[in-house]
Each structure stands twice: as structure tokens, then as C-alpha cells.
Design a protein around this ligand. Structure first.
Ligand code: SAH
Ligand code: SF4
Ligand code: F3S
Length: 439
């Protein structure tokens, strides 16, 4: 009998890859994927704890669980991933229709647990393998034909005071380079064109492994093992651990794309210290200068938090000044969200919601103007674009990315998803470039 799986993913790319691997495991056990929870025998939500907003989305789903059970009493409902690790068994109290709570380190147990639950109808909690080795090794299933995500390390040994990730993802563990290289060769053989290496802090790759290897060394090995893959990217780098050796690898290795995501969070040294980011604004600017001198065509993106506890107008203006000085290509801007169990909880969340909104808007407007200016400077140039999808708004248009990770929309008479094309940039908005395929 075919069993039907519905899996919805929240949160970051790490979760996306975890979901894809879990799907692969379940397909191997006779499941098929379905498009809605109502049709499914196994309903999974792979969740994110990073901000309250992310959690509320999942809590919002829980209202429908009763109906799912009434419709199909055999259905198994699971909350998995970061919120499962964070809230554990309290989910069973919050909602008695939940059957499975499974943390990020236990995901490979899902097929067995689902079967057990179906037999016994007893709820199961699986959150005890947080600190063990990466459990989703060697699962070849891929949801896309062109782009692939490859987790190289999980967990985080930094302790940024606002951040829940170390608590829900555990301490840093790197996968063996041999396993990563096998996966990369497999992706190359299958014709993948864009691979993104994932880790909460990819620059710590290799820490704790017996073999002597760092992240730049891993990039070199991938370049040798799977050079057929035209584009290799990575996220995320902590500024403290992103050094000239990495920028050198970006410059020298042909497959590595010239795009760096380097979250700065704040431009105020006082706030950076309270966040325990372990660097100053000036040091960050120094890193950026080094990156830009080694990789002059490289793009740079960042994450910023407004309204961290104790952030004054002066601190905020320092963030604004840093943004204007560094001129990021784009930035994700978040409002501080107090997270359970994090050190920052001891500090009062004293920036009012109105003030967080105001600072958010100001920073967003400043960044948009910078992004627009940088994109307009590309008009008239020709770029290599890898097309990734058809535009949702207009079926004659296709959406792709440049090597620098700029989003490009271009008209095409023939289907071109998965193909590289030369595109002349003819227009620019803050988040998108408009292009014309060069015949
Ligand atoms: N490991 C990555 C990113 C982790 S989470 C890194 O260190 O860069 C992604 C982003 O979410 C962070 O960069 C930060 O900007 C934001 N974030 C994390 N915790 C947050 C919180 N409690 N409130 C608001 N934003 C937060
Ligand atoms: Fe969170 Fe900081 Fe680790 Fe990033 S480096 S995951 S922000 S603790
Ligand atoms: Fe969220 Fe977990 Fe990723 S908390 S950002 S899904 S590591």
C-alpha cells in the first residue's frame, strides 16, 4: 500500500535540505508525496525557532489538526526540526492531536517512528540525538534538477546572545570531507549546475574532525573532485571566522561564485558587544575591504537586527552609517525577537514596537536605495544567468541568477529552466534586474 506524505518546511535552507532528505528516506519506504495535508497519512511540519514570527506560523497550523484526525483517524501528525527540539514534549500538551515531536538530530528515525505510531497510536518524542553526528548522510533524493543544497556542518559554537540556534541545533559538527566529496561527485554526475554548501557557520568547517582541514581546504578539494559543477556557493559565514584565506579561495577557485553573505547585525560596537558578536564595526569594515580587494567583482549581502535590548537612537544611527558606508548588495533586516533560553532574555526588551517598526522602515529604505543604485550600475552589462524557474506573473518570462546571486528576470521564447544564457541587463529594481537574452 502506498502511504501519502505531506511535508511543509519553515525556516532556513538547512531545514529545506533536511526536509528533502527526510522525503528521500520516506520515498524509499514506499511513501508518495501529496500536495495537501488533507490527503496525507503522514503530515510533517519542519519548523523554525529563530524568531517568534516563525513559530507563530506553525502554531497557526495546529488549529487544523483536529479536522485532519476526524477525516483520517490513521493520520500521523509530526512537528519536527528546531521547534520540536525547543518545546519537546510540551507540544503534546499544547495539542493532543500531535503524534510525533522529532528534533533535528533524530530526523532519520522518522520512517520507523511513524510506523510505530501507526501501530500503537502512542505519541513519540525523539529529541535525544542533538549532539550526534549528522544523521542524514548519503540520501541522494533531490527535489530540483539544477540547484542542490549540501549540508557540510551543523550546529554552532558561537553564542550570540539573541540567538536560539545553538540550543536547537547543538554544537558544531562537521561531516567528513570524504562523504561531502562523494555527494559532490554524485551531483556533478547528475548534471547539477549550482550547489550551495550549508552550515550555521561554514567557516568553522573541520573543527573537531580528525583530518586536518578547514573550509578553504574543503573548497579546494571540491574544486578538484567535482569541477564540472559550474557554480559553488556557501552560507553562512560569521565575520569573525571569515579570513583572507577564504577570500583567496573565492578568487582562485573557478567554481566558487563571487558572493559572500556576511551578517553584521549592528553597526554599534556597544550593541555588537551586548550581542557577543566578537568583533567591532571597524573590524568588519576591514574584512569587507579585504574581501573587495581580493574579489573585486564580488557581491556582499548581510543580516541586520534592529531594536536589540538597549539599542539607542545613536546605536541605530551607527548601524545606518555602516550600511551606507559598506553598501551591501542586499540585506535581510529583522526586528529583535526575544527567544526562550537565550542570554539576551536577561536584558530588557526595551525598544518599543513602534520604535522597532520605525528603525526597520528607515533601514529598509536606506538599503533599498543602495540596492537600486548598485543594480542600476549594472544596466548595459552582459551577465551569465542560470535560469531557475518560470516567472509566476508572466509565463513568457524566466527567473534566474547571476554568479553574484543577483536575481534576473528575462523574456524567452523557448523554455530555458536549467540553462545558462548570456543576458544583457536593461533595467533594474532594488531586488531584481531586468534582462534580455543575447542571441
Ligand atoms: N548562523 C547564521 C544565521 C543564523 S539565523 C549567522 O550567524 O549569521 C539568521 C539571522 O536571523 C541572523 O543573522 C540574525 O540576523 C537573525 N536572528 C537570529 N536570532 C534573532 C532574534 N532573536 N531576533 C531577530 N533576529 C534574529
Ligand atoms: Fe546564531 Fe550567532 Fe551561531 Fe549565527 S553565529 S547561528 S547568529 S549563535
Ligand atoms: Fe530556523 Fe532552525 Fe534554521 S531555528 S533559521 S530552521 S537552524
Amino acid at each position: 500500500m502506498n502511504k501519502k506524505l505531506f511535508l511543509q518546511t519553515f525556516g532556513c535552507q538547512m531545514n529545506e535540505r533536511d526536509s528533502e532528505a527526510v522525503t528521500g528516506l520516506l520515498l524509499g519506504r514506499g511513501y508518495e508525496s501529496v500536495a495537501s495535508a488533507e490527503e496525507a497519512d503522514l503530515v510533517l511540519y519542519n519548523t523554525c525557532s529563530v524568531r517568534d514570527h516563525a513559530e507563530q506560523k506553525v502554531f497557526g497550523r495546529m488549529g487544523h489538526f483536529r479536522k485532519l484526525k476526524e477525516k483520517n483517524p490513521r493520520v500521523v501528525i509530526g512537528i519536527v526540526g528546531c521547534m520540536a527540539q525547543e518545546h519537546g514534549h510540551t507540544f503534546f500538551k499544547k495539542n493532543p492531536d500531535i503524534d510525533l515531536v522529532c528534533g533535528p538530530g533524530n530526523l532519520n528515525q522518522i520512517p520507523d517512528l511513524a510506523e510505530e505510531i501507526r501501530e500503537t497510536r502512542l505519541p513519540r518524542l525523539a529529541t535525544d540525538r542533538l549532539s550526534e553526528e549528522y544523521s542524514l548522510e548519503g540520501i541522494p533524493h533531490r527535489s530540483d534538477k539544477t540547484k542542490a543544497l549540501v549540508t557540510i556542518m551543523t550546529g554552532c559554537d558561537h553564542r550570540c546572545t539573541y540567538c536560539i540556534v545553538p540550543f536547537v541545533r547543538g554544537s558544531e559538527r562537521s561531516r567528513l570531507s570524504g562523504n561531502i566529496l562523494t555527494e559532490m561527485r554524485n551531483l556533478a554526475a547528475r548534471g547539477f549546475k549550482d550547489v550551495m554548501l550549508l552550515g550555521q557557520n561554514v567557516n568553522s568547517y573541520g573543527k573537531g574532525l580528525e583530518e586536518k582541514i578547514d573550509f578553504a581546504g574543503l573548497l579546494e578539494k571540491i574544486q578538484t573532485a567535482a569541477p564540472e559543477i559550474p557554480r559553488l556557493r556557501f552560507i553562512t559565514s560569521h565575520p569573525k571566522d571569515a579570513h583572507a584565506r577564504l577570500f583567496g579561495a573565492m578568487k582562485d577557485l573557478p567554481m566558487v561564485c563571487a558572493h559572500l553573505h556576511l551578517p553584521v547585525q549592528s553597526g554599534s560596537d556597544r550593541i555588537l558587544k551586548r550581542m557577543k558578536r566578537e568583533h567591532t564595526a571597524a573590524w568588519f569594515i576591514g574584512q569587507v575591504e579585504e574581501y573587495r580587494s581580493l574579489v573585486p567583482q564580488g557581491s556582499l549581502t548581510t543580516d541586520l537586527i534592529v531594536g536589540f535590548p538597549g539599542e539607542t537612537e545613536k546605536d541605530f544611527l551607527e548601524t545606518l552609517a555602516l550600511v551606507e558606508r559598506v553598501e551591501f548588495d542586499s540585506a535581510f533586516i529583522f526586528q529583535y525577537s526575544p527567544r526562550p533560553g537565550t542570554p539576551a532574555l536577561k536584558l530588557a526588551d526595551d525598544v518599543s514596537q513602534g520604535e522597532k517598526d520605525r528603525r526597520h522602515q528607515i533601514l529598509l529604505a536606506a538599503q533599498r536605495a543602495i540596492s537600486l543604485k548598485k543594480n542600476q550600475a549594472l544596466i548595459g552589462r552582459t551577465a551569465e544567468v542560470l535560469f531557475e524557474s518560470r516567472s509566476k506573473k508572466d509565463a513568457a518570462r524566466y527567473v534566474g541568477r547571476t554568479r553574484e546571486f543577483k536575481r534576473v528576470v528575462a523574456f524567452s521564447q523557448t523554455p530555458c529552466v536549467g540553462e545558462f544564457h548570456s543576458v544583457r541587463i536593461v533595467g533594474a529594481a532594488d531586488e531584481t534586474l531586468l534582462g534580455e537574452r543575447v542571441p
